[in-house]
Design a protein around this ligand. Sequence first.
Ligand code: SF4
Length: 360
Amino acid sequence: MAKQSLQPSFLAAALLAWYPRHHRDLPWRHTRDPYAIWLSEVILQQTRVAQGLPYYLTFLRAYPTVQQLAAAPEAEVLRYWQGLGYYSRARNMHRTAQQVVAEFGGLFPDNYAGLLKLRGIGPYTAAAIASFAFDEAVAVLDGNVYRVLARLFGLHSDIAAPSSRKEFQAVADQHIPASAPADFNQAIMEFGAIQCTPAKPDCLFCPLQPSCWAFQHGQVALLPVKSKAKKARTRYFHYFVLRQGDRIYLRERREKDIWQGLYDFTLVETDVAELPADELVRHLDALGAAIDTSVAAEPSAAYRHVLSHQKLEARFHELPLTKALPDATLRDLGLRAYSAAEIEALPKPKLIANYIEQNG
Ligand code: SF4
């Protein structure tokens, strides 16, 4: 329940006055093209602006239209995405582009309800496209907006709980002006990103301070309420870098797991940091690999990589081969030998790309 009531026109006027003086100039704020807006929104989910910006420009350059993105091979899309993480976003983006082409004649639906019918487009992205491209008065709710609303209106519902969305959406929709929905949405998100930040918000110079419930009640640091995410589990990957001459064996990750569609080496996963010797022997036997033991080395130091709900600790075993892997192994494990140039073009998890960059 909101503990503070504000005139809708007051909040809109304050944000719309604040925005032109403070906002960052970003390329997607100069377009009304729903495709470009959608691209920017997909790229910026769970990504900082500075990190996402070059990816946005790269994707628009590589695929200036939704038709071109839809027609691209998935591996190429994943390669452009490399380094941005959360690869399911890239795969979903690609499929959504194909859906727009196949089912909507290459045109994005021009309203919120229609946009929600697209695969992978949830309420936030639909509201962003509907307001920025088509001037529909539907409020966006992202992490920044949740925080601003929680503090301004004294909303104490847990923002991590899906049930809170309705309450926040209702408050935001009450305040978005029909005359400037795009600017209001941009303004409130930017206000959260720059002024009403998670730590150390600039309350001293905030135009909303006299009306801000959290400020007036000394609860700025306590809002928004957000329950803690589950503790990340640690996974231990033991990779086998099988090299023959100047080629390395890699495989496409097809299983329903992290990094689907990306390429890595064959691996054994364990619950412990050290790979037990018998596991190593068993795996090498299964590979049918002829290892050149005269140059086989100790495993690498641990490479650590943090994902949203998992921590990865990977060690790499360099295994030079004296002859090619048997065909049956290649078939069973989906492995193939690639040259350095081919590997460069493959989409790879950052962890693998880093290892190859450092070890050739
Ligand atoms: S006074 Fe502080 S907490 Fe309240 S809206 Fe402004 S910056 Fe946010």
